[in-house]
Design a protein around this ligand. Sequence first.
Ligand SMILES: *[C@@H]1O[C@H](CO)[C@@H](O)[C@H](O)[C@H]1NC(C)=O
Ligand SMILES: [Zn+2]
Length: 462
Amino acid sequence: MWWPAFLLALPLAHAASIPAAHDHNDESHHVNKRLPKSWSLDADHPAQAMYKRAPGDGTDYPAVGSPTWSAAWPQSSPDVNQLPKQWVDALNDAVAAGKIPNIPQSHNTPGTNPIYPPGVNPNGPEVCSATYKCRIEGDVWDAPDGTFATAFDDGPTPVCTMCSLCLLIAIVLISARLQYTPTLLKFLEDNEETATHFMIGVNILQNPQLFLDTFNSGGDIAVHTWTHPYMTTLSNLEIVAQLGWTAEIIRNSTGGRVPRYWRPPFGDSDVRVRSIALEVFGLETVIWNMETSDWGLATGLTTPEKIHDSFVHWLAGPKSPGMMVLEHETSAQSVAAFMAAYPLIKPAGWKVDSLAALIGDSTYQNSKDGSSPVKFDGILANGADNTPPASLTSASSAPASQANSVPAASQTSQTGTRSQTPSPTTEGQHASQTSNSASSRGAHLLVALCTSALVAAISTVS
Ligand SMILES: *[C@@H]1O[C@H](CO)[C@@H](O)[C@H](O)[C@H]1NC(C)=O
Ligand SMILES: [Zn+2]
C-alpha cells in the first residue's frame, strides 16, 4: 500500500532539506557587551528618507491580507533592479562615505557555513563574521544580566509550514498539533508574556492574519530578512533588498512602525552586512548566546529531552550575561520545547521579558512598542521618548488612535487555501519561492487531496 511508504519517505525528504551544521553553540557566557542605551544615528541620516509617511499622512494603506496588499510585495527573492530609488541612493551614499566596509562576499553550498576567499580571515576585525563567532562591537549577543530574553525566529507560521506535501498536513492534524504561531501566542498570552518575533517577509506575505495576531497580541515585530538567505553571501544590493522589503512590509502593516532590530538567518552576518543594515535602514543586529537546536527536533538531530537538559543546565548557571536563546516558532516541537522550559525560568531567579524590551528602550525606531503612537516616520535620534526633529514633526505626527489601529485582514482565512501554501520554516531551510498567486483551481485541488489524505490517514491509524 502506498500510504505507509509515503509516511516513511516524508521525514527523509524533509531531513534532506536541512543543513547538518549549525555552528553556534555558545554556552561560554564570557563576553559582556551591551547595546548603548540610546539610539545613535543622526536625525538627518539618509535612512530618515527611507520610507514615506505613516498613517495619518493622507495615504490609503491597503488592508493587511487584501489582494492589493499582497500584490505590492516581492513574491519571492527580491529583484535588485526593482528597488526603491531611496534605498539604492542611501546605499550608494553610505558606500561613498566609507561606511560600508569593502570586503568580499562569502560563498557556500546549501547547508554549509559560508567561506570567505583565501587570505580573508573571518575572525579578523575587518570581516568579523558572526558565523565564526566574532562579535562586532554594538551587535547584540547577550541579554542583560539576570534576564531571559524571549524571542522566536522564522514566523509567522501557520498549519504545518514544513509540509510541501499535503500528506504531512494530515500527519500533523492527527498529532493534534495544529498550529505553531497560534499555539505560541496562546501560551504567551496565558502567561502574560510577550516575545520578540524575528519574522520572514514572505511568511508575513503568506500568513497575514497570523502576522496581525502576533502584532495585536503585543508581540514585538523584528526583521529576519525576506527569504532567509545566508546574508554574507549576498551583494550589497541584495542585502538592501532582503532587509528593506521586510522592514517595509512590517512598517506598512503595523500602522507605520519601523522595526529597529534584525536577526541574520543562521546568525550569518559580518561588518559589511551589519553596516548596511545600520546605515541604510537603521537596523541593529541581534544574534544569540544560547542555542537549543530546536530547528533540528523534526529530524531527530536533537530531542525534547536534550533541550530540556540544556535549559536546566543553563538556568542553573551564572546570571551574567543574561540568556539570549535562539528559538523558533516553526514546529510543534520547537514551540513545545519552550513551553516545557518556561515554568523553570522564573523559579530559577531569572527575569523574563521580550528580547526587544530587555535590550533597548524601544521596539521600533519611531514608536516605543506596539501600542505607543508612531511619533514620526524615521529614525529616532535619541530614543523613543525624544521629540522628533522639528522638520519632521508636522508632516508626520499622526493621532495615536489612528496610528495604533491596524486594519484587520479583510479576506484572509487560516482555514482556507492560504494555509496550504508551503512556506519557509527552520533556520536550516531556505525560504520558499512559492508564489502567492497560485490559481484557485490548484488550491482547491490541493484541499481536496488533503482532505482525502486526511481521511485515509485517520482510517489507517484507527
Ligand atoms: C508602503 O507605504 C507607503 C506609504 O506610506 C507607500 O508609498 C509604499 O508604496 C508602500 N509599500 C508597498 C510595497 O506597498
Ligand atoms: Zn531563521
